[in-house]
Every structure is written in C-alpha cells, then in structure tokens.
Design a protein around this ligand. Structure first.
Ligand code: FES
Ligand code: FES
Length: 153
C-alpha cells in the first residue's frame, strides 16, 4: 500500500492505495463518485474522462498512485453555487444526451477543449472529442452543444 493525497472537487483525501488500483476505481469505489463511469476495457471510450490539473484525462489509463498531489474534477464537482456549468447547460439545451452514459466524459472533455481554445469550429470540436465515444451515436447534438458553450465562453 502507498499513501496518496488527492484533491477531488476541492476536497482533499488521504488514501492508502494498492499500486495496481486505477484512478477510475479510486474515484468510484473509494470516494463514491460514480458519475465517472467505465465504458470499455481498452482505453477507447472516454466515459471515464476527468480533469486532472485542468487537463482532460481518461481515468482508466492512470494509476491512483500516479495522481498523488494532483487536483481532480469529476462531473460531480463541475456545477457551481450558481447552478450548472455552462457546458452542462448547453448539453441540456441542445438535448446532447440520450442514455447519458457518455455524457460526464463528453462534458469534461468539452470543458477542457473550450478552456484551451480548441473548440473554435465544428471540425475542431469533432477532432477534439474523437477520444470520446457515444454508443447512442448522438454526436450531432453533442457537437452543437459544445459549439454553443464555446460561443458563450
Ligand atoms: S473506460 Fe476509460 S476509456 Fe473507456
Ligand atoms: S448518450 Fe448514450 S452513450 Fe452517449
């Protein structure tokens, strides 16, 4: 076991982790943050995307011990005191989800794209989200939502 300190959604956690534990399972099973979901076992789907120090990261590709000292934002931590994050609002307004399984990862990937100025066109958004799969194939409305959120940013 190794002691790790993570800040998740503004709260610091001290955890004793086995070196083999993936960050996605640390978030889900140790911290109860089940908005971060697992959609594959090949690092392909992006459903497990979180922000690590502001960068979108597939949390199934990171060991919990590698996250020692970082700040993580999951979908549970995105809304503020004033309500939903603008990207969440845009997903709501543009009906950018069907079953919703991909939505946490899509939203967080979109937040990162917009914050990095990489959502300036439909083509750029589609390229930026290519690591996030939607099994309901709802890509059209997802892209519309990200375009709307980027226009307001
Ligand atoms: S669960 Fe992480 S990429 Fe699919
Ligand atoms: S809305 Fe169902 S997987 Fe994307």
């Amino acid at each position: 076991m190794r002691s790790v300190a993570l800040t998740v959604n503004g709260t610091q956690h001290e955890l004793d982790l086995e070196p083999r534990e993936l960050l996605v399972y640390v978030l889900r099973e140790r911290l109860g943050l089940t908005g971060t979901v697992v959609g594959c076992d090949t690092s392909a789907c992006g459903a497990c995307t979180v922000l690590v120090d502001g960068e979108s990261v597939k949390s199934c590709t990171v060991l919990g011990v590698q996250a020692d000292g970082v700040e993580i934002t999951t979908i549970e931590g995105l809304a503020g005191e004033d309500g939903l994050h603008p990207v969440q609002e845009a997903f709501h307004e543009h009906h950018a989800l069907q079953c919703g399984y991909c939505a946490p990862g899509m939203v967080l990937a979109a937040v990162s794209l917009i914050e990095h100025g990489e959502a300036r066109s439909e083509a750029e958004i589609r390229e930026g989200l290519e690591g996030n799969l939607c099994r309901c194939t709802g890509y059209h409305n997802i892209v519309r939502a990200v375009e709307a959120a980027a226009a307001r940013a």
